[in-house]
Design a protein around this ligand. Structure first.
Ligand code: TPP
Ligand code: SF4
Length: 534
């Protein structure tokens, strides 16, 4: 047994390898990306040839993971919270089919939206799908619980969700490793109809999911990760979910919190522990990173007789990440026992790198915007979303991956012409291709610029799914080859780019302009690697 200093995401990647997975299936998204990155670079994963190539999006990732589970092997799928929206169809149905080999779904939430469009709480999805949700409170638990999640998954024959927030994902701690397990052998599901969700079978499977609920609850009730911490002052009982136990305890450097605490890391909520706290204490405080999901449930559960404080009544902030000072405020303690980010640090707004090709595209696009007027550029998510900031101020939307093309289509259908969509190469293959097909089928007057930097730059430079094949994909979808235009986003090509965009804006139909130049950071990385190899 080895103790290693690991990030939360690395602890999860290591645990999955040690649990004997045969594949990880994922699409990058902060703060989940490094789980897959860690497995990709791990010598055991390489030696065992564990599947570890990036998927095109989260839905294809989770479906492949389910397929591996069908084959009896253990599989991991991981994503950021909004990625689970993309995979929601298979996620909800996988709880009805159940699994064969263990299937663990790791979802990394981003409270405070450090790098996300929203701060949705994935625990709702776990509850929605009626499966166990594990929410580790530290790196060791992230490791241990991920390993155990595979056992629970095989025991219950259900997918198991592991939910982590950004702080846990991206902070380090010592982790004691367990022994490496063998991979499962290939094994068909005992019931070859298990994964068929035509209504007649699906109803039976759903009943089976309902029948498993008492066992799911019992596991949470008996989980060693949910426990009661004694405290003498019964005027208050504190319920800490996941990582928040640290925010509380950092206010007590000697480890002595005067109030009793129930720490929860395994859902559904363990009723017995909570009832004990409710019976013993005058009122309750619920502390959770994310939405006030436990608080809402407990308010109903305990009825009107018990005061339940938390995020809903303003005892704690309604949104954003919590920290030890929030707890100090809520508990009337002296603030500042913990090291919060010091005030006065200069704000560093994100910006496009010097020499980035997206800059040249936006500068050309801005000339066209001067001609056609503002408010017509539907954008997407990636480095190019920084086109919202000065000095570019080029884009008007950024909602969810792929939405640039389809929102532009809707606006064009409404008669708001001309319109443009700006989308990155990876976002295009993630969710843009189907929207393009909608445009082609609807003969919509939409002008699309694919800013192709040949990588997934925003999440650290992972490989893009269709490098070198974007023109062919567009042709295959049905775009007139005469209106697929390629340009190189460089300063010297400024006039040429402006002309291409202007010409295509005058075309009454679907046009695709591809601005292709390698991401500067990717180029630097490749150069560095080549130098090292020499
Ligand atoms: C559903 C979903 N999955 C993942 C992400 C994280 N993410 C944001 S942009 C992006 C890809 C960007 O790649 P690309 O479109 O090629 O643009 P680039 O950053 O390279 O300019 C990813 C993976 C997200 N926001 N939403
Ligand atoms: S990482 Fe690449 S794509 Fe992103 S801003 Fe920098 S150069 Fe541009």
């Amino acid at each position: 047994m080895q103790k290693r200093l690991l990030l939360g995401v690395e602890a999860i990647g290591q645990a999955a390898i040690d649990a004997g997975i045969s594949g990880v299936y994922a699409y990058p998204g902060t703060p989940s990306t490094e789980i897959t990155g860690y497995i990709q670079n791990n010598p055991v994963a390489v030696e065992r040839n564990i599947h570890r190539k990036w998927s095109v999006n989260e839905k294809t990732a989770m479906e492949a993971a389910l397929g591996m589970s069908y084959a009896g092997k253990r599989s991991l799928t991981c994503m950021k919270h909004v990625g689970l929206n993309v995979a929601a169809d298979v996620f909800m149905n996988a709880s009805v089919t159940g699994v064969n080999g263990g299937l663990v779904v790791v979802v990394a939430d981003d409270p405070s939206q450090h790098s996300s469009q929203n701060e949705q709480d994935s625990r709702y999805y776990g509850k929605f799908a009626m499966i166990p949700v594990l929410e580790p409170s530290n790196q060791q638990e992230a490791y241990d619980m991920t390993m155990e999640a595979f056992d629970i998954s095989e025991q219950l024959k259900l997918p198991v969700m592991v939910r982590i927030p950004t702080r846990l994902a991206h902070s380090r701690s010592g982790v004691l490793q367990k022994n490496l397990l063998e991979e499962n052998r290939l094994r068909f599901p005992e019931n070859l109809k298990q994964f068929i969700l035509v209504p007649a079978y699906g109803r039976k499977r759903y009943q089976e999911l309902l029948d498993k609920q008492p066992a799911i609850l019992q596991l949470a009730e008996e989980s060693k990760y949910n426990f009661y911490i004694e405290g003498n002052d019964k005027s208050l009982g504190i319920i800490c979910c996941g990582i928040t136990i640290n925010y509380l305890m950092e206010n007590f450097p000697d480890g002595n919190c005067p109030w009793p605490v129930v720490k929860i890391s395994h859902y559904p909520l363990p009723g017995k522990l909570l009832l004990r706290l409710e019976e013993e204490c005058d009122k309750l405080l619920v502390v959770e990173e994310g939405y006030p999901i436990a608080e809402e449930i407990l308010k109903d559960f305990f009825g009107k007789g018990k005061i339940v404080n938390g995020r809903l009544d303003g005892t704690l902030p309604r949104k954003g990440e919590l920290n030890p000072d929030h707890l100090a405020d809520a508990l009337g303690l002296k603030k500042g026992t913990s090291r919060i980010t010091p005030a006065g640090l200069p704000n560093r707004p994100p910006s496009l790198c010097v020499g980035c090709g997206h800059i040249d595209t936006f500068l050309a696009l801005n000339e066209i915007i001067d001609e056609i007027g503002e408010g017509r550029v539907f954008s997407d998510i990636g480095c190019y979303a920084l086109g919202v900031l000065p000095p570019y101020n080029s884009i008007n939307t950024c909602v969810d991956m792929g939405a640039s093309i389809t929102m532009a289509k809707g606006a064009a259908d409404a008669g708001m012409l001309p319109v443009l969509a700006v989308i990155g190469d990876s976002t295009f293959t993630h969710s843009g291709i189907t929207g393009l097909l909608d445009c082609v089928n609807g003969k919509s007057n939409v002008n699309i610029i694919i800013v192709d930097n040949e990588t997934v730059a925003m999440t650290g430079g992972q490989e893009s799914s269709a490098e070198g094949r974007i023109e062919n994909i567009c042709m295959g979808v049905g775009v007139d080859p005469g209106h697929i235009r390629v340009f190189v986003p460089l300063k010297k090509n400024h006039k040429k780019i402006v002309n291409i965009i202007r010409e295509e804006m005058n075309y009454d139909g679907v046009s695709v302009m591809i601005g292709r130049r390698e991401c500067v950071q990717k180029a630097v990385r490749s150069k560095r690697l080549n130098i090292k190899k020499e």
